[in-house]
Design a protein around this ligand. Structure first.
Ligand code: PEP
Ligand code: MG
Length: 331
């Protein structure tokens, strides 16, 4: 089985009915690019840049040049394949020593997942945000870079983000630094963003659905709290409905859509996500081979026929097993 999965590595992920599926890697550090290429990833769908900032002393945060080198190394490591770099998502489950120049860490924050994290933190620290944007833009001179914004929920955040990007570009242009116009995408991981997607899509080139946080915020279950982990349910019909609708809306708008939460790398969801119209999944490199194995045996035309039954079921997990096993068996 291991040897067979190994042979799959550099085979393109195409379904039985000829649909090409992009299987991308989630990485945390530039050195992970080697594992991503090795696993046969066709790019990086999520570079969690906050890992450059974690486990570092407060007076030792990476500056623009150090960040630029890290992003550039990831781009070079991917050998011409696209790299989607997410701006920092620090806070909540990913704390850093110095949350902000205002020394937020000394405050007792009761609900960090609902607090100052991700794009909220970046917009509260505009100089650091522009520093990161400049570093990412500079890396775009070395290969295909895409910029991904985490946790957007408000139109005002989108506007401020694009203002910061414009300013960062201007600063680079003034300094004579090379960069190219990168595509800008949004993480869809707050229910408000999924519900506002039609409007939000007018601003962004692509979206990436972060199911880990989307589940947490849809079900009001802290993803890091073991007391309620039995209620953290990726199969909850409300979660599946938001994911399905987001994929359908992005496809209808002609915007590229990917899923980069744990759901993308879990083979229990592969057929369902394909049935929803998803053609791009980003996951831990170690999960790519087994997801590809499922993709190669899938027929999206037939999977689509089972979708509504799964979405309207009280128990979608069992319904998915029934619906998709039946089409597999050729019934
Ligand atoms: C997500 O929320 O699904 C996601 C991919 O981002 P993270 O797990 O880093 O919050
Ligand atoms: Mg997230």
């Amino acid at each position: 089985e291991r040897a067979r999965l190994n042979r799959l590595r550099h085979m393109p992920a195409v379904t039985l009915d000829g649909q090409a599926i992009d299987l991308l890697a989630n990485i945390e550090l530039p050195t992970d690019a080697a594992a991503a290429v090795d696993a046969g990833a066709v790019g990086v769908g999520l570079f969690r840049s906050e890992f450059l900032f974690m486990n570092r002393a407060p007076d030792d945060m990476p500056g623009e040049d150090e960040q630029y080198e890290a992003y550039r190394d990831a781009v070079l490591g991917m050998k011409g394949l696209p790299v989607t770099i997410r701006t920092v998502d620090i806070g909540a489950d990913k704390p850093i020593e110095r949350m902000s120049v205002s020394e937020l860490r000394h405050e007792h924050v009761l609900n960090p997942a609902l607090g100052l994290r991700a794009i909220r933190w970046s917009l509260a620290e505009p100089a650091m945000f522009r520093q990161q944007l400049r570093a990412i833009l500079r890396a775009s001179a070395h290969g295909k870079v895409r910029l991904l914004i985490p946790m957007v929920a408000h139109l005002s955040e989108i506007r401020q983000t694009f203002e910061s990007i414009a300013r960062a570009k201007q600063q680079l242009a003034d300094a004579g630094r090379p960069f190219v116009d990168v595509e800008v995408g949004a993480m869809i991981e707050i229910p408000a963003a999924a519900l506002m997607l039609k409007r939000f899509l007018q601003f962004f080139d692509f979206i990436s659905i972060g199911t880990n946080d989307l589940i947490q915020y849809t079900l009001a279950i802290d993803r890091a709290d073991e007391h309620v982990s039995h209620l953290y349910d990726p199969w909850h019909p409300a979660v599946l409905r938001l994911v399905a609708d987001s994929i359908a809306m992005a496809n209808a708008a002609g915007k590229h859509v990917s899923v980069c939460g744990e759901m993308a790398g879990d083979v229990a969801f592969t057929e369902l996500l394909l049935a929803m119209g998803l053609r791009s999944l980003s996951m831990h490199p170690a999960q790519i081979a087994s997801v590809k194995h499922r993709v190669l045996r899938a027929d999206t035309r037939r999977l689509k026929a089972g979708l509504e039954a799964v979405l309207s079921a009280d128990d979608p997990m069992t319904a998915a097993q029934d619906a998709f096993r039946r089409v597999e068996a050729g019934a």
